[in-house]
Ligand binder design. Structure first.
Ligand code: ADP
Ligand code: MG
Length: 686
């Protein structure tokens, strides 16, 4: 093709090479492999190809009803053809008595079949050939169309290209046994069939093969990154479990660990005892008990003579971690300190010094921990709680706080669906805590309209009378938004009217308060001096008040699914039955309605995450947006879950047995990966 059109293909759709053209896939096909006799057209909306002679052409109607109507007779019946646009031009090209091939979607009017705006082409007297394959339809742009590079022309180019190629040009890249096991078509055939299948089955088979290849290669790549890091990264060796851990385990552990907690601790111990650096993501639903896992890991670090830090996204949470660590570690000789933005200058100085000298064993805090002034004597383990609140760059600063990178454990309570974790975090080691401590009661979640607020308040009253506490949450869309703030204040006044002092006391926490004020208000609620906590989403993560049994979320339609689930996780932590009430206005978008319905139906964070992925698509899920990892050409991690699992399984098997890709078949993979390299950006997430 000439340079002008060539440039246009590059600019408009990124086709630079034959390979690009081959990988420019059709989004559907149209079936012109059959010629249908008019008599046999029975279904509405059936795509048909008909060959016959035009028997009449006329323009009917006035103004907006003006249309061109032609009749086509094929020996079995009459088919009406209608055009509303391009009337004059088309009329000129239709000749009564001549033979035409038409193609389009049939419909019925007064029991007679018709096609509006059919594709039409004049054909000679000789018998008309059927197309031998389904015709591909390619995505295009207006500019391409204008330059005579519409879908039809792209189809012609691709067809020509495939004529030139032999099996040698598109060699197989998957191992024989994988092809056989999953009944995949050969690579060369797959490319032919995805463009020009002779029937639907051929297309489906080609699609399956190419999706498998795409997912398999990406899994292999991620697995190899993980493998390389694991085999070459030098890490601190924590090879003993010592007195501190054992003392804690034997004397202080307040409950039996869940199976999931035990499993995850084992995974962590294996990592940190291996001599390589741990880089592990721990996902556990809200309330699954991540804190204790963090603590026990930090005790192992201490047993091996290393310091740990434990970073939380909010002041309240950091202080709460501090309190609970201190009480859990009663009588155990480890020094725990907390450092936040609101620590006093004197306090800060003392903590920094003690940390630098190695006196502090565990330092908890907010992102104040990553400041350059914080120097450790020997940081061995960095734990980040509620990972999604921190940016990648922020976290990376922690890693640098020791000569040899400390072990890293990132904990998140926003479950990520397995399919997404496999693809987006495939190069990280990750653990899942999918079990809640025993004795938890399901939280009953209901959706109520605003006009039911009085009844909801009565319900809270009844709960308080039986000794419980309640949260009432207002949305905070932007940290300092004036409107949000006013809403909160209005809400607070309303709540106060329902719950007058001295019978009831209310705490309020929001983003405009000073940290100390927040802390006081929070503590009053923790101690039970107040029965109601009115708050913005500052309590979203982490806080643990087992006596709170009701959560009301105002304007619940404004929150996303994971956020609502997180919020709800603040109740249901004690032995009492808990409730979550989602209050909304009456008029809701379909999406919002769906979110609320899901939340009322399940308490399972992983199920909710799957649904969230379905509703929003992978591109929007936190942390993956910039990764580029999810840009598959054909595969879709929601629909192709099964293929992904199979691809993952096979890729893992190869890495386990021959990670250097030395064996004959794997050599082919190695070459293919090398060939592909440079095209794909594999940004590491953590
Ligand atoms: P999250 O995973 O949301 O951070 P936490 O670590 O705050 O959860 O734990 C939630 C609550 O569950 C805490 O009160 C904690 O003491 C309790 N808990 C944790 N593990 C267990 C267990 N194995 N058995 C009973 N209670 C537990
Ligand atoms: Mg937590």
């Amino acid at each position: 093709m000439g340079p002008l059109r060539g440039d246009l293909l590059k600019k408009e759709v990124g086709i630079f090479t034959f390979k690009d053209l081959l990988e420019y896939f059709p989004f559907r096909h149209i079936d012109k492999t059959q010629i249908t006799p008019v008599r046999e057209i029975i279904d509405d909306t059936q795509w048909v190809q008909v060959v016959g002679k035009i028997t009449s052409v006329e323009i009917v109607g006035e103004k907006r009803g003006r249309r061109l109507v032609a009749n086509l007779y094929d020996g079995t019946g009459e088919l009406e053809l209608i055009w509303f646009q391009g009337i004059n031009w088309i009329e000129k090209s239709l000749h009564v008595g001549s033979k035409y091939r038409v193609f389009g979607k049939a419909s019925f009017f007064m029991n007679a079949p018709q096609i509006s705006h059919p594709e039409i082409e004049s054909v000679g007297e000789a018998p008309v050939e059927k197309s031998l394959y389904l015709e591909p339809v390619y995505p295009g742009t207006e500019k391409l169309k204008a330059r005579n590079l519409g879908p039809r022309q792209i189809s012609k180019l691709t067809y020509m290209l495939l004529q030139l190629l032999t099996e040698k040009d598109i060699p197989e890249n998957l191992p024989e046994h994988v092809i056989a096991k999953y009944h995949l078509v050969k690579r060369y055939n797959a490319f032919r069939q995805i463009h020009f299948p002779v029937n639907q089955n051929e297309y489906v088979a080609a699609l399956k093969r190419l999706k498998f290849e795409e997912l398999f290669i990406s899994q292999l790549r991620l697995g190899l990154i993980r493998y390389k890091r694991n085999s070459f990264s030098k890490g601190l060796l924590f090879n003993k479990v010592g007195d501190l851990f054992n003392q804690f385990y034997n004397n202080n552990l307040p409950f039996e660990l869940t199976g999931a907690q035990k499993r995850v601790l084992k995974e962590i111990r294996k990592d940190i005892g291996s001599g390589r650096q741990m880089n592990r993501l721990l996902q556990g639903d809200v309330g699954s008990g991540k804190t204790i896992v963090a603590l026990m890991s930090m005790l192992i670090a201490a047993d091996n003579g290393y310091q740990s830090c434990f970073m939380a996204p909010t002041e309240i949470l950091a202080r709460q971690h501090f309190e609970s660590l201190q009480s859990l570690l009663k009588n155990i000789p480890v020094k725990v300190k907390v450092l936040t933005g609101s620590s006093s200058a004197k306090e800060k100085r003392e903590i920094l010094q003690a940390t630098a000298e190695g006196e502090v064993t565990i330092l908890t805090g907010t992102h104040a921990l990553i400041e350059d002034t914080v120097v450790f004597k020997n940081l061995g383990l960095a734990i980040v709680d509620e990972q999604h609140k921190f940016g990648v760059a922020q976290r990376a600063k922690l890693w640098k706080k020791n000569e040899v990178n400390p072990h890293v454990l990132v904990m998140t309570a926003t479950p990520i669906p397995r399919t997404l974790a496999l693809t987006a975090y495939g190069d990280l080691d990750y653990s899942v805590m999918d079990e809640l401590p025993p004795g938890r009661k399901e939280i009953t979640t209901v959706h109520r309209m605003e006009y039911a607020r009085p009844q909801v308040m009565d319900f809270i009253k009844a709960q308080i009378k039986s000794g419980r506490q309640a949260y009432i949450i207002y949305p905070l869309i932007e940290e300092s938004s004036k409107l949000d703030f006013e809403n909160l204040m209005k809400g607070y006044e309303e709540v106060k009217a329902f719950f007058p002092e001295p019978e009831f006391y209310i705490s309020m926490v929001h983003g405009r308060q000073k940290a100390a004020q927040k802390e006081i208000n929070m503590q009053r609620f923790v101690k039970g001096d107040t029965q109601i906590m009115v708050s913005t989403t500052v309590i979203e993560v982490g806080v643990n008040i087992p006596n709170a049994s009701v959560m009301v979320i105002e304007s619940a339609e404004k929150f996303g699914l994971p956020q609502l689930h997180q919020l709800r996780g603040r109740v249901g932590r004690g032995s009492e039955k808990s409730y979550c009430v989602l209050l909304t206005k009456v008029k809701l978008s379909a999406d919002a309605r769906q979110r609320l319905k899901i939340l009322c139906a399940t308490n399972d964070g992983f199920k909710i995450a799957e649904k969230d992925l379905e509703i929003r698509g992978p591109g929007d899920i936190e942390g993956t947006r910039q990764s580029g990892i999810l840009n598959f050409k054909l595969a879709n991690i929601i629909e192709d879950k099964k293929i992904l699992e199979a691809a993952r399984f096979e890729a893992e098997k190869i890495i386990e047995t021959d990670a250097e890709l030395i064996s004959g078949e794997n050599q082919i993979l190695k070459n293919f990966l090398a060939f592909q390299k440079g095209k794909t950006m594999w940004s590491k997430i953590s």
